[in-house]
Design a protein. Sequence first.
Length: 174
Amino acid sequence: MHLRYVSIVMGVIFVVSLFAVAGAQEAKKEVTHKYVGAAGCKMCHTKDGVYESWSKTVHATAWTKLSADDQKKEELKPFYATGVSDKGELLTGIQCEACHGPGSDYKSMAIMKDKEKAVAAGLIIPDAKTCLKCHNEKAPTAALVASAKDFNFEKMKAAGAHAPAKKAEVPVQK
């Protein structure tokens, strides 16, 4: 009788541990947000002027400043292109999502109206660390290394990667 009881308890412990391991593995799975490209951001960020102001920046035109030979170099793509769309298209230039994170899961107006929801869905609010991923001494081009030497986030933020959104039409609310 005692052996039967121990066997049942051990069986229960085994089954519970299997579920615990499976749950832990599920929780470890990384959420992979997909890039939508600046055109996907433009739909909502035209009226507030953000898309237009970004399109005139050095970030937006970074890819076009590279020579044809440099555009073929894989090591430069993370610094001069944003990523690859789910259609396999290289998103050239430093587009919105290079700083704000891939937008597939936060791009809808329903999510963007709530800053907490947007951040939970992958929106990144850029800070100095965001910029320093490219603007650092180990960057592959002299231009990025040079910009890293005197990099001042507060000064760069004031100059902006784009103009701030007009307050009355900001999709993301606090």
